[in-house]
Each structure stands twice: as C-alpha cells, then as structure tokens.
Ligand binder design. Structure first.
Ligand SMILES: Cc1ncc(COP(=O)(O)O)c(C=O)c1O
Length: 428
C-alpha cells in the first residue's frame, strides 16, 4: 500500500474538479481567488494511517504547526488526538487559542527561542522545551529557577547524518547545520542539565530533515539517539521519558515515491522500544501537504520571446515554494478545455522569480479560467507575505459537501492597520 492510494484532495466529476463533494468553482464564486482549500478528509486519513503505523509502543503525534498554522487545522488535528510542536511564542499562542493544553499537548522547539519566549513556555508549563545548545539549557535553568518551577527539557541532537531530499534548504541534521546540539557535545550538555535543579532532563530529540523519501536517515539517526539514551542514563539521567524523532515524512508532489508510514513506523517504534521511552513524532508536511491546494484565476495570457505566459491572480507572496526551493506543484484547470499548451505559469508580483511553473505542459487556460495548484497544504499559507502590498489569501476548509472560510482574505485596511502617520519619536 502506498501513499498514493490515500484519499485524494481533489477528484474530477462531470469535468469539474471537486474537493470532496464541493466543486472548486463554488468556492471561487463564494470566496474569490486566490484561496487555499484544505480537505478535512485527507487530514483525517493521514492522521489515521500514521497512528496505525505507530501502534505497539506508547506514542504521541505532535503535529508541527510550522507546516500550516491555520487554527481550523489545529482544532481538527487536536480533535483526532494530536498534540503540537511549536517553534515560536506566536505558534504557542495560536495552539493554546485552538484549545491545546501546554502541559500535555505542546512541545516548544526552535533554534533561536528568545528569553521571553522561553519564559512563556516555562510559565505555561509546556510538556517539553527542546533545547538546542548549552546556552539555551542555562537560560532555561535560570528562568525556571526564577519562576520557582522545574522545566521539562529535551535535548535536540544533531545526529550529523547525510540525508537525501531535493533541496539543501530542507536538510537539517547534517554536520555543521545550525540545528541541534552537535552529537559529540550532547553528553556535556546533558551533564549540565542534570546539575540544574530547575531542569528535568526528559527527552532526546532529533529532526533529520524534511521531505525524506528514504527511511535510512531515521534508521541511522534513531540508532544514534538510542545510543545516547544509554550514555545519558549512565550519567544519571533517570527522568528521561520521551524519544522524539522529529518530522520529515515525505509526500508526493510529482513522481517521487514517498516514504511509507509503515516503514517509518517500524523503525521508530523499534527505537522507542529499545530505549524504553515514549515515542514522539512531529510530522508537518505528511499530515497537511497533500490536503491543500491553492485556487487561482487566470488574469491574462501573453506571448513573449516565442513563449506562452499564463498570468494568474496568485503570486509568490501567496505560495513561495517554487521561488524558494524550486518546488514542483501540479497544476490543473478546474474546468479544462479540450486543448493543451506549454506555458510559464506566473504571478502578478514584480519579480522574475514569481512563477509557479516554467515551460509546463498544462490544460489550456484562457483568462477567467480557474487553476488548482496542488499539494500546497504545507509551507504554503504560513510563508505567505504582503509583498507588493498584496493581502494574504483566504483559507477554506472543505468537509464532505460543506465548505467554510476559516481565515478571511486580508483587506487593504489590514495592510495599514499597524502603521501610524503620527509616530512617537524617541530622543537618543
Ligand atoms: C524540529 C522539527 N520538527 C518537525 C518538523 C516538521 O517537518 P516536516 O514538515 O517535514 O514533517 C520540522 C521542520 O522543519 C522541524 O524542524
């Protein structure tokens, strides 16, 4: 069984692309474009398949909010039993607002947590603060002592293993990367954590990279984590409770063959069993990547230098992945015509890098046509910006035959709401 047999985010019925039982034309008519659409069915399906693959050991899924922080998605995943992994005070705020409980549901990670973010996490009593350096452990210890509490700390280990994925920007666990504690220094950081009365050394954590298509990196990384568990226990770490193997499961964008959750599950549950610790996984992309698409409308067609150019109302400010990572997104016409063309599909932003596809063979798309940019549920809206003073798009949740706007489209007023024409000047 492969990920391709899972519920698809869209199906074509009577010529029109639908998400579940909702024609995408109905969403565009009601909400306008560009609009992100998310399939609740796909998210439920992914969550069920992943958790089935983890049965056999104590485990918890902590969805990685960075992939898509839409509150409706956080609430949906929480209702299924998921916790979250957050990497900023803002993500923690959103998670709490969506109903997640810090002590049981929230893990706070991130390479550069500020003192005030750490204070928020410690005061809230999060399940784990995953620390990435000796300095951060010291700072956590000091803040927790000041607050009169013991903070639950995990050490994010850089497993220092090479991984195979398509872009070096999404590799995180190789030697020299900014993430995690260099493998050889973990014991010394653990020793220090054990000396701090305000710190409970509760977990070892890693995240080897994103969009991993092979389980080799997990196998290698998990073995290195398990070896460290033994080393740390020998140093006196008696309160270790969790083995956090991070996220990184891949999804299909084009013709790549994603990792099977069952293969992932086999490796990480074995590591958890060997360590005697409860397993934590932090998937982001796997749960939401294929669940979302960006709906855009063609504004113009033009010819330039012998090429066809299709200009849409969505731009790189809405979906930056192609410009940032050379990422591939399938593009389909919602109501295709009987012809095809080879074209550059671009946005309206004043940047040559503002494109979704170059020289792509697609269904003919005349001005007014709706396009679906598929598999945009992860690292899509969360990376949207107001570049060119463009309001960020709407977000819509589709559930069966219903759909709802879960994030309103930004208005012109939203663009200037925090600016002031009469600032207070400070004198140096
Ligand atoms: C610590 C950590 N956990 C989880 C994730 C989620 O990764 P993915 O979306 O590839 O599952 C990331 C992504 O960078 C991460 O840094």
């Amino acid at each position: 069984m492969g990920t391709s047999v899972l519920t698809p985010a869209s199906v074509r019925r009577a010529g029109t692309l639908h998400m579940s039982d909702v024609p995408l034309t109905a969403v565009a008519d009601a909400v306008g474009t560009p609009t992100y659409c998310y399939s609740a069915d796909v998210i439920r399906d992914r969550y069920a398949r992943l958790t089935a693959a983890l049965e056999g050991v104590p485990y918890r899924v902590h969805y990685s909010v960075k992939a898509n922080g839409c509150s409706a998605i956080l609430r949906l995943l929480a209702s299924l039993g998921s916790g979250v992994d957050v990497v900023s005070g803002g993500e923690m705020f959103k998670a709490q607002r969506a109903g997640l409980t810090p002590a049981t549901d929230i893990i706070f990670g991130g390479v550069g947590k500020t003192a005030s973010e750490l204070r928020e996490g410690i005061a809230a009593g999060v399940k784990l603060l995953n620390a990435e350096s000796m300095a951060e452990v010291e700072l956590i210890g000091a803040i927790a002592a000041e607050l009169g509490v013991r903070a639950n700390v995990g050490l994010r280990v850089n497993p220092e293993i090479p991984v195979a994925n398509w872009h070096h920007y999404i590799k995180t666990g190789e030697k020299g990367h900014k993430f995690g504690i260099p493998y050889g220094e973990v014991a010394a950081v653990a020793q220090r954590a054990l000396e701090l009365p305000s710190v409970r050394l509760a977990a070892l954590d890693m995240h080897v990279g994103s969009q991993l298509t092979s389980v080799d990196a997990y196998e290698h990384g998990a073995a290195r984590l398990v070896a460290l568990v033994a080393e740390l226990r020998a140093l006196g770490a008696s309160e270790l409770a969790y083995l956090d193997v991070g996220g990184g499961l891949s999804v299909r964008y084009d013709d790549e063959v994603p990792m099977e959750p069952e293969d992932f599950g086999r490796i990480v549950t074995r590591a958890a069993h060997e360590s005697g610790l409860e397993l934590i996984v932090e998937p982001g992309r796997y749960l939401v990547g294929n669940a979302g698409l960006l709906l855009a409308r063609v504004i113009y067609r033009k010819q330039s230098g012998g090429k066809s150019i299709v200009i849409t109302d969505a731009g790189m400010n809405d979906l930056v992945r192609p410009a940032l990572y050379k990422a591939f997104h399938r593009i389909e016409a919602v109501e295709p015509l009987d012809a095809r063309l080879t074209a550059d599909i671009v946005g309206p932003v004043c940047e040559t890098g503002d494109f979704f596809a170059l020289d792509r063979d697609i269904e003919d798309a005349q001005p007014g046509a709706l396009l679906a940019l598929h598999d945009a549920g992860a690292y899509g809206y969360v990376m949207a910006s107001n570049y060119n003073a463009r309001g960020r798009p709407a977000e819509v949740m589709v559930d069966g035959a219903r759909f709802a706007v879960v994030t309103a489209r930004e208005t012109y007023d939203d663009l200037v709401r925090r600016e002031t024409a009469s600032p207070t000047w400070h004198h140096a």
